[in-house]
Every structure is written in C-alpha cells, then in structure tokens.
Write a protein that binds this ligand. Structure first.
Ligand code: G4P
Length: 575
C-alpha cells in the first residue's frame, strides 16, 4: 500500500512540475495549443512588429543637380535632431563619419559616387533617407536606389523649373507608381510664377499635381506660405528671411485680419490664388497619392529652413510605410513573418587591403536578426552575419534586429551582387532592378599581360557592384564596357589599378544603344538570319542574355523593321 501511495505521490509531483514548466512556456500540456499567456505574448510581438513597420518611412530625394537636394536633406536631419550643425551634409562630414570609407576618387572629385543612408527619428517615425548621387554619370546608381524606396520627394528649383535629370528620374518613379511629393525650392529668389510652374510640372513630368501649400509673394516680396494642408499661414520673420517663421492658424481666408498679417495687396492676391487653386486642382486624395496617381506640391526655401517643417509634418502623415514588393514568384507583404530582403547597392573598397565591401539590403518582410542564418537564394546557401550595420545620420552601428523598410549594411567578401535576395528559406527573387541601355561603349584591353587574372576578377566584381555593364561580343569574345557617363571609365581604371593591381586601356566602340533581344522562337528562320547578318553587333551581357548593339537610332529602326518577329527591349528585365 505504501509503495502504491509513493508511486501516486511521485506521479502527482512530476505532473505538477511539468505542468508548471509547460505553463511557463505558454503551452498547454494537454492540448499542445498555446495558452492565453502564449497568445498574448505572440500578440504583443505581432503588435510591436506591425507598429515598427507602420512607423517607418523609407524614401529618396531626387532632383537635378543644384536644385537643393543636399540642403533639404540637411534641414530634414536638423529637424530630426540627427545633426546639430548646418553644413554638415554639405561638407560631407556626415558621409565621411558615417562610413569613413569613401573611395579616394570620390574624395578627389568631390562627387558623391555612393548612395548612402541617413536615418533619424522624427515624432516617433523612423525616417530612412536613401541619398542618391546627383551627378548624371551615376544615374544608374540612382535608378537602383529607387527600387528600395517607398516614396520620393522631388526637388525643383523655382527659377529653373523642370530640368533634364528630374525628368528622367521622375519617369522611372512614374513607371513604378512610386508616391511622389514635389517640393518647389528657393522661393526666397525670384522665379517662375507658381501656376506656370505647376503647369510645367504637369506637362513635362506627366504628373497630376495638387498644391498643399501656396507662396505669398516671391523673391524680394516673399512674405510666407499658406499651408493648405493644415490651414495656417507661415510668415517669414523680419527682413533677413533667415529665421523660422511665425505660424498663424488661419482657416477663414475672408477674415480681414489677413490684411493686417500680410498687407492689403498680398492678402487679395492670396485669396485670388487660392480660389484658382480650388477651382483648378482636385482636392488632395491620400489614396491617389499612394497609388502614384496624384502628387501634392509644397513650396519653400530649404536654405532658409522655410516650408521644410510643413513638408516633413505632412510627409510623415501621408507617405507610405514599407510597401509590398513583387518577387518573381509572388508578392511579398511587409507584415509577413519570414524575413526577406534584396541587395540594391554595393559599396566597395571599405578597406583596400581586405577588399571589403558593404552590401546594402532593403528589408522587405519579417525581421532581420544578427547571427541568424539566411538563404542566399542565387547561391542556394545559408549565410550568417555577425556585424550587420544600421545607419544613423552621424554614425553606423551594429544592429541586432531590423524591420521592414530598414536598410542594413552587410560586410561582404564577394558573395553578393546587385539584385541578390536573402530570405528565411523561401526561394524568392525580387524583380525590379533592371539594367538600362548604357550610353557609352568602349573595348577594354589588358595593359599588363602578367595581370590578366586580376583584371578579369576586378572587372567581374566591379560589374557585380553595378559600376558599369559588361558585354562580350559573340564574334570574337572581346569585352566591352558600357556606361551611363564617361566618368565611370576613369573610376573603373582607377579602381582596377588600386584595388586589383590590374591595368587597362580603352578603345572606342562606335555603338549608341544596347537592346536586349528576345525571339518568338529561337529556331525561327528570321531569327537565325538576324543572328547571322548582325553577328558583328551581337553580344552577351553578364547574365548571358543576348544583346544587340546598335550604332545609331536609324540602324536600330531599320533592324526592327527588317526583323519584325524579333523583340528589342530597352531594359534587361522584360519577362
Ligand atoms: P543639390 O544637392 O541638389 O546639388 O543642391 P544643393 O543642396 O547643393 O544646393 C545647390 C545650391 O543652391 C547651393 O548653393 C545651396 O546653398 C543653394 N540653395 C539650396 N536651397 C536654397 C534656397 O532655398 N534658396 C537659395 N537662395 N539657395 C538655395 P551653392 O552656392 O552652390 O553652395 P553654397 O556655397 O551655398 O554651399
């Protein structure tokens, strides 16, 4: 009897013990379903995860050089308390201290070759600004960065209006339905009439604008801005026009007080202008903006810190949190639990001795955690990262967890190339990082026969970084480098020599455009004839896709007419 009692007591004791452990872990022992605690814990995690996604704003600022992109970036950082000193961005101080790694050539030329990330917190929103090189020779770099933004701000100079580089960049954003806000800058100077500018933006950029602020005067007579979004007036203070304005809530424009605030003439003009705005432009529609169908416009002066806070306050309210992204296989939502992200930028030569590179990954879904193995989809192998970098305005630091919308920098010794995808295990390939046709083409020759291996390795890695495009001629296997601007040839030559110990020379290759070729049927006679006749102008790109190199627009048209069944694409991504 004693033995039986002992057995039951022991059984009871262990049952209680294991039940307690299961309870602690939030699992109900009997049913193996989560208990209330577990559900609550998971809910808190999910809530936090969703809150983290909702508070992120990842965007880029695009403009023609000199419109004020750097100045605006700096003012946004000042508002976010991320920098204390005006001029820090301009002097490149942030960039240098953020990464202390910029290529020698970049320092020498004072051109921002690299795209950097500047992050800060403003009113509890985590803002990630992806800086884009303004120089047109690095436009492809900017195009690639635009694959990682959730929205953009377009800066336009009030005097110059819409310029060439802006047109190209906005076209890319329009094609991808990226939400855009337009900021018309330098209102402290004389410039074009506000309505003329709005017309120009609509016509040249193909946008559907609606002003959310409107200037009161301009240049010498610039008095301030009426904030249509918040219904208040922001005044420039004093003659210096340098200080943060006085803000006066003002929702009834018929109030005669307006005369006292801005003067008789300006008051009447403002009333007339706003009546016209009301009559001509549709009201702001957040949904349409998010779909890329309507673009709100703000006026201001970045240099004088004017209109910037209004822009930022509105931006954090209306701009999208991280959006879903299309992979070849399916659309991936930011809120999905499993991590996925893609490489949109590789920043090389952190330390020439170690040939270290930093791959910039945009997190699309799930959380990215330090020291966790992730699948490198192209290589089909797992990689772990012990020191992923997050970026803040003045520094970069090792981060344990990052959320959708964030950018992490991963140290890389040659595993990554632009467009690579990392996931928790699913085989996803993110689309949308196409190559565009280069505008310059040159043969690349080895100038030091002893260093052929180094040269090939160097070319290979630089192309993976997206510095330029490599084409190999079908006829004789000669290598051709295609670039957007002539400056890249110098960059490549310099880097091959300093990072790989290889020397190269260039030779002109008289070609204007590269088109990616697709045949309806590879065995079709017309396609076979096209390949035979145009053999001299056919090459393979780095992915092995067939490319037709046209020596003029005319010859391209003739070829298209002669071989109607052959498809000519102007970007590498057409499937
Ligand atoms: P970017 O990055 O788009 O190339 O333009 P950036 O900000 O460098 O600005 C280009 C020039 O325009 C700079 O003058 C800058 O000070 C000026 N600027 C920017 N915003 C405003 C503005 O609201 N009003 C006026 N009047 N000027 C503005 P800079 O002479 O080239 O340089 P700096 O000597 O001022 O540094």
């Amino acid at each position: 009897m004693g033995k039986v009692l002992h057995f039951f007591l022991t059984f009871y004791f262990f049952s209680c013990f294991f039940a307690a452990i299961y309870q602690q872990n939030g699992i109900d022992r009997n049913t193996d379903v989560p208990t209330d605690n577990c559900i609550i814990f998971a809910q808190i995690l999910t809530m936090d995860f969703e809150k983290e996604i909702a508070r992120r704003r990842t965007f880029g600022i695009i403009s023609h050089p000199d419109a004020g992109k750097t100045t605006l970036t700096e003012k946004l950082l000042l508002f976010g308390g991320a920098i204390q000193e005006a001029g820090a961005v301009k002097n490149n101080k942030i960039k240098k201290s953020a990464t202390s790694d910029f290529m020698e050539i970049e320092r020498q030329r004072g051109i921002s070759v690299a795209t950097s990330v500047l992050a800060f917190i403003y009113k509890d929103k985590k803002i990630n600004i992806l800086d884009t090189p303004g120089h047109k020779d690095f436009a492809e770099d900017t195009f690639r960065t635009l694959t990682a933004v959730d929205s953009v701000i377009v800066v336009i100079d009030v005097a110059k209006g819409v310029e060439e580089q802006t047109e190209k960049l906005v076209e890319v954003c329009r094609m991808r339905n990226i939400p855009m806000i337009v900021f018309i800058n330098k209102l402290d100077r004389e410039g074009k009439d506000a309505f003329d500018l709005l017309d120009e933006v609509e016509q040249k950029l193909g946008l559907n604008v609606t002003p959310l602020s409107f200037p009161i005067g301009m240049g010498y007579d610039f008095k301030g801005i009426y904030n249509i979004f918040e219904k208040n007036i922001n005044l420039f203070s004093g003659n210096s026009k340098k200080n943060i304005e006085e803000t006066i809530a003002f929702d009834d424009l018929n109030n005669p007080e307006l005369e006292n605030i801005v003067g008789q003439e300006a008051a009447q003009e403002l009333r007339d202008n706003l009546e016209l705005v009301d009559g001509v432009y549709p009201p702001f529609d957040n949904e349409a903006y998010l779909k890329g169908e309507q673009q709100p416009v703000f006026f201001g002066s970045a240099l004088n810190n004017f209109g910037v806070r209004e822009l930022l306050d509105c931006f954090i309210q209306i701009a999208p949190a991280p959006r879903a992204k299309r992979a070849e296989e399916r659309e991936v939502k930011a809120s999905e639990k499993d991590f996925s992200g893609f490489v949109f930028k590789i920043h090389a030569n952190m330390d020439p001795k170690h040939r270290d590179r930093l791959a910039f990954i945009k997190i699309v879904s799930g959380t990215f955690e330090r020291n966790t193995p992730y699948l490198h989809v192209r290589h089909d192998k797992k990689l772990k990262f012990s020191s992923p970098n997050a970026f803040f305005a003045e520094k970069k630091e090792i981060v344990d967890v990052s959320f959708p919308g964030d950018i992490v920098g991963l140290h890389d010794t040659g595993n990554f190339k632009i467009g690579d995808t990392l996931t928790n295990g699913e085989k996803l390939n993110y689309k949308g990082i196409p190559s565009f046709s280069p505008e310059h083409f040159r043969y690349i020759n080895n100038a030091d026969p002893m260093k052929a291996k180094q040269l090939n390795k160097g070319i290979d890695q630089l192309m993976d970084e997206g510095v330029a495009q490599l084409f190999t001629l079908e006829l004789n296997g000669r290598k051709i480098i295609g670039t957007v601007g002539a400056l890249q040839y110098e960059v490549i030559q310099y880097r091959l020599e300093h990072e790989y110990g290889a020397k190269c020379t260039y030779e002109n290759f008289p070609v204007r455009k590269a088109c990616w070729v697709e045949a309806e049927d590879e065995n079709n006679e017309e396609f076979k004839e096209f390949k035979r006749v145009k053999q001299k102008f056919l090459a393979k790109d780095k992915q092995g896709q067939l490319v037709f190199l046209a020596d003029s627009q005319f010859s391209l048209q003739m070829t298209q007419q002669k071989y109607p069944s052959v498809k000519f694409h102007f970007t590498s991504e057409f499937a």
